[in-house]
Structures are given as C-alpha cells and as structure tokens.
Design a protein around this ligand. Structure first.
Ligand code: SAM
Length: 289
C-alpha cells in the first residue's frame, strides 16, 4: 500500500459502509457501475484504469435484517441479481442460503472487467485501507494499489485520462458539515472530472441538489427514488448518479434496462438533463415508471 501524507479526518466523516452494503442504493450504484464498465469495454476508447475515489474496504459483512434486505435480498428473491453476481453470491444462491458478505465497487470491477488492468483506491481511513489491502488478494490478476489521502486533493492532482472514476463520498447533512456538494463543484476538479469517464454518486435529500450538480457539470443525471420507511430531512429519499458527458455514447440504451430495475426495486427512475446556461430552471426531467 502506498501512503501519502496522512490526512486529518473530520469527525463527521468517520464512516462505516458495512450497514449500507447491499442496500437499495448500493445495488443501484453497482448495477449502474457494472453496466458502464461492460459498455465501455466494447467501445473504441475503453478505460484501462478504474479510480475508486472513496474506495472502502471492498468486502462487507451482511448482518441478518440489515439494509441489504431492501436491496440485494429483493433481487435475489426474484431470481434476478441484475448482473450483481459474484462468486460468493452465486454460491449462496445455488445453496439457497443467504449471502454473508457483499463485494464493494472496486472488487466488483476487478471481477467483471477484462480491459481494466489497474485499480486505484483512495480512502482517508487507514483502517479501511488495511482491510482493502487484504480484500485485494481476491483479485490477483489486477494491479490494485491504495492511497491514503483526501479524495478531492488526490483527484485534483491525478492524471485521469483513460480512467473510469467513481466518486462516492459519504455525505452527512446532520450538522451542516457534509459539504462535499461544494467540493465537487470547485475548479479545477470540475474540469478534470469532466474529462474522465466519471460517475458521481449522491444522495437525494431535496429537489434542488441534483439540479445543482447536473447544472454545474452540464451532465446528465439518473436519479432513483424509493419509498421512505422513515421520514426525516436527514434520510435520503433516493440517490442519483451524475454521468460525465464523455460517457454519453456508452449510456445509450441503458435507460430502458434501468427502468426495469426500478420495477424490481419499487423505485422511481428519473432522468435529469441539464438546461443550457442562461436557462433558469431545468424543465426536461423525465420520470420513467
Ligand atoms: C460510501 S463508502 C465507499 C463505498 C464504495 N465506493 C463502494 O461502493 O463499495 C465511502 C468511503 O469514503 C471514505 N471517505 C469519505 N470521505 C472521504 C474523503 N474526503 N477522502 C477520502 N476518503 C473519504 C470513507 O472512509 C469510506 O470508506
């Protein structure tokens, strides 16, 4: 594991992904990521490198009754894992037992991609990266390295050409300090991420935020809203993914497929398109489902 200078982690960002692994948002994120990886591979300029800017440990324990009941478990019960198959899930399915662990983004990419040979995982937590280094042994054919850093500083300095970049920060609105929305839209990061094949994952807390990102990036967003079990300003009513314009050709045709995933997961699928600069309110959001 390579290490850069150790970043100070604000208290609000000491985050564990374990409770959310396989949740409805997590499986949406991974289904979209996998579709993009697969379609990019057959394109004329595929990505050879995957940068998981908030990489997490790569494999997560699923506890009985956890949030994965509303995501992964639903897909498995319907016999439709939507491309989320992996060795551990396959063996759970064939033995008719519940899965006990779930792979994270970079491990899934390592497992499905033939063209991506290099994976770089960034996380500011030393503990997370120690576990990630252990998980990486599951993908011995790939060159996987980890950097302990603040993702935004890393991305600002890195060369992102020919890279598929997943930006998946842990947002926190509770105390107003989870302001990664603002960080995402700062220059020069905004321009750099526009050049790469970029996916930015975000929670949907209010109608204004996704428009804020699609407008700033002048990029398309796919937004998924699900039925809320507990209403609170701090519980997201869904999540979304911002897709850099460099992926426009690759995503043609995927929307129909994702709309059918929405049916499986009782979700509403919304396509957000940016309005042209100067136009105040985006009027072209399309609700599918
Ligand atoms: C949502 S989890 C990652 C999940 C993973 N991308 C997946 O889909 O399997 C977010 C991770 O980002 C890390 N993190 C949050 N903010 C960060 C920052 N500014 N810089 C680096 N890592 C950060 C956390 O430690 C956590 O492990």
């Amino acid at each position: 594991m390579k290490e850069t200078s150790k970043p100070q982690i604000p208290e609000t960002f000491v985050y564990s992904h374990e409770p959310y692994a396989g949740s409805i948002g997590d499986v949406w994120k991974h289904a979209i990521l996998r579709f993009i990886v697969t379609t990019l591979e057959s394109s004329s300029s595929p990505a050879t490198r995957f940068i998981d800017a908030h990489c997490g440990s790569g494999r997560y324990q699923l506890s009985p009754g956890g949030k994965w009941q509303y995501g992964l478990a639903k897909l498995l019960a319907r016999g439709e894992p939507f491309g989320l198959e992996s060795e551990s899930l396959d063996s759970a399915i064939s033995s008719r037992q519940s899965p006990t662990t779930y792979p994270g983004s970079w491990l899934q990419v390592a497992q499905i991609s033939d063209v991506i040979s290099t994976i770089i995982g960034i996380d500011h937590s030393q503990d997370v990266l120690e576990r990630a280094t252990f998980t990486a042994k599951e993908a011995p054919t790939k060159t996987i390295s980890f950097v302990q850093a603040d993702s935004f500083s890393y991305l600002n300095q890195a060369c992102l050409r020919q890279s598929l970049v997943l930006v998946d920060p842990a947002y926190c609105l509770k105390d107003g300090k989870g302001c990664d929305w603002e960080k995402l839209c700062e220059q020069p990061l905004l321009s750099k991420l526009r050049e790469a094949y970029t996916l930015i994952w975000y929670p949907v807390y209010g109608p204004q935020k996704p428009d804020y990102l699609t407008q700033k990036y002048q990029a398309k967003g796919w937004e998924i809203r699900w039925p809320l079990r507990r209403k609170s300003a701090f519980v997201p009513s869904g999540c979304g993914v911002l897709i850099s314009a460099s992926l426009n050709r690759q995503i043609e045709g995927l929307e129909k497929y994702l709309a059918s995933l929405a049916g499986y997961l009782d979700s509403e699928f919304v396509i957000r398109k940016p309005s042209h600069p100067g136009q105040n309110t985006p009027k072209n959001n399309i609700i599918v489902n």
